[in-house]
Design a protein around this ligand. Structure first.
Ligand code: NG6
Ligand code: CA
Length: 505
């Protein structure tokens, strides 16, 4: 007997079975993606010096992961892996990009947004991009492409790179927003262009001084990485950025309320420069870093409120996470270190942004889908590189062999149907580590031990290190000499994954 899908769904519903057994579900998907938010930066992950009521509300109605990872310990490689399902360390040129870099994702390849678009979703990227634009030598005054629209997004409103890198303008679809053609933009990362003052030559013009780097063109009283001239009318005001992105994100939700949509909402917060809107400035008691955590929490809250108001919450899968671990002094004198007041951005973890220790990539991850995902806590090992295969599976999309070579379908873990996720995971900072069950081996590396300016332990050592995370989450006791056989087993496995060029089953 052949049943119409709708009838079958009703029947399954009556039997208490999920309708997705019959036809793929197509909930809206909203990914709220923070920048540099640490494992210990939100109250539902144990922070006591700072409150994040909106994120806590999301967690209380959703599944909170304790062992979820960004794919890398910095932005560009993490986002590359999230969107392509490929570990970034497999591909040269995926490190932290300058603001004038060419697009590093090949148009036409299967990406998370292109897959969801194929499933009938309307897709958008709002916020930080940092994956390059154009093909090299980009003219910012003309059509800006290829970019987000060429790799699967239907709409974009993005900051090209980072808040601390020029060009300090927004790009909407293929154009710089608010550009006056009589005042064309020029951008350079090699040497000065135009006559705008720099932080290096005119520190007296700065309202926030750099602590390392960040001494080139001054925009809005803050010197950045890179040089820009022109485009005065198009330049952003840091204090308004969170509001601007949030407005664009909620407008996209509103406009697409009647069809499945995917929103990739990548905030600038809590990255440097930390310049909150005046309504958050000074409010956290922990200085600008705490204030922008509050601001990020507010942005998340506005998205949730919009879903509630439009009665979309029940049919929307909300995912909140961060692109890498936390950093305190990341290049500006914003009192972040002095005002920590006992706050531990990485919680119980060692290291932070840039580090191969857990603090580099173990980040908050909350998944909420009312009525489908049972609220709770999950210890499953999952990675953002898995979003592509998992969300593809959710909406019935299959992958070809070359697609998303490192993306595992961990949908059962993400939805709370299974207590475990991956059997193993390659973690990435400057060097690589392999996680397998409670074990972690960090490959030998001759890289520096410390990132001196940020005061971060990088986790590099000239011989492999072995940690047992179930008993030693803080990676304090290297067990490599005690368990040499375990070290070689995991090192060999890591070598295999590297040599195979892919790891997806
Ligand atoms: C570093 C910057 C840091 C930050 C980082 C990228 C200096 C001295 N430091 O090079 O401030 O911009 O790059 O951060 O310039 S990320 O989150 O986008 O990866
Ligand atoms: Ca980041």
């Amino acid at each position: 007997m052949k049943l119409k899908p709708i009838l079958l769904a009703t029947l399954l519903g009556a039997l208490g079975l999920p309708a997705c057994a019959a036809s793929p579900a197509r909930p809206n998907i909203v990914l709220i993606y923070a920048d540099d938010l640490g494992y210990g930066d939100v109250s539902c992950y144990g922070a006591t010096r700072i409150r994040t009521p909106n994120i806590d509300r999301l967690a209380s109605k959703g599944l909170r992961f304790t062992d979820a990872h960004s794919a890398s310990a910095t932005c560009t490689p993490s986002r590359y892996a999230l969107l392509t399902g490929e570990y970034a360390w497999r591909k040269k040129g995926t490190g932290v990009l300058p603001g004038d870099a060419a697009l590093i994702i090949q148009p036409g390849r299967t990406t998370l947004p292109s897959l969801l678009r194929r499933a009938g979703y309307r897709t958008s990227a709002v916020g930080k991009w940092h994956l390059g634009l154009g093909t090299g030598n980009l003219d910012w005054n003309g059509e800006i492409q290829p970019g987000p629209l060429e790799i699967g997004f239907d709409y974009c409103f993005v900051m090209p790179a980072t808040g601390d890198r020029v060009p300090c303008v927004f790009v909407e679809d293929h154009r710089v927003v608010g550009l006056d053609p009589r005042d064309p933009i020029r951008v350079s990362f090699r040497g000065p262009v135009g006559n705008d003052p720099t932080g290096k030559d005119h520190p007296e013009l700065l309202r926030m001084r750099p602590s390392h780097g960040h001494d080139m063109t001054i925009i809005n009283g803050i010197s950045r990485i890179g040089y820009i001239s022109g485009g005065k009318a198009a330049r952003w005001v840091d204090e308004e950025m969170a509001d601007t992105f949030t407005r664009k994100a909620t407008a996209f939700i509103e406009q697409n309320r009647d069809r499945p949509f995917f929103l990739y909402f990548a905030t600038h917060d809590i990255h440097v420069p930390r310049v909150p809107h005046p309504r958050f400035a000074g409010k956290s008691g922990l200085g600008p870093r705490g204030d922008v955590i509050r601001q990020f929490d507010w942005c998340a809250g506005e998205i949730l409120k919009t879903l509630d108001r439009l009665k979309l919450a029940d049919n929307t899968l909300v995912i909140l996470s961060s692109d890498n671990g936390p950093v305190v002094d990341d290049g500006y004198q914003d009192q972040a270190v002095a005002l920590l007041d006992g706050h531990k951005p990485a919680g119980p973890l060692r290291g932070g942004k840039y580090s191969i220790f857990e603090g580099g990539t173990r980040v908050p991850l909350i998944v909420r889908w009312p009525g489908r995902v049972k609220p709770g806590v999950s210890d499953a090992l999952v990675c953002q590189v898995d979003f592509l295969a998992s969300l593809g599976a959710l909406c019935g999309q299959s992958l070809d062999t070359p697609d998303a070579p490192d993306s595992f379908n961990v949908l059962p873990a993400l939805l709370g149907d299974a207590p475990t996720g991956r059997a193993d995971l390659v973690e990435h900072a400057g060097s690589l580590a392999l996680r397998a069950g409670p074990w972690k081996v960090i490959e030998k590396s001759h890289g520096p031990k410390m990132n001196v300016p940020t005061n971060t332990e990088l986790g590099n050592a000239p011989t492999p290190q072995l940690y047992q995370l179930r008993e030693d989450l803080g990676e304090t006791g290297d067990l490599a000499t005690e368990h040499p056989e375990r070290v070689s087993e995991l090192t060999n496995r890591l070598e295999q994954i590297r040599a195979a060029g892919r790891s997806r089953p």
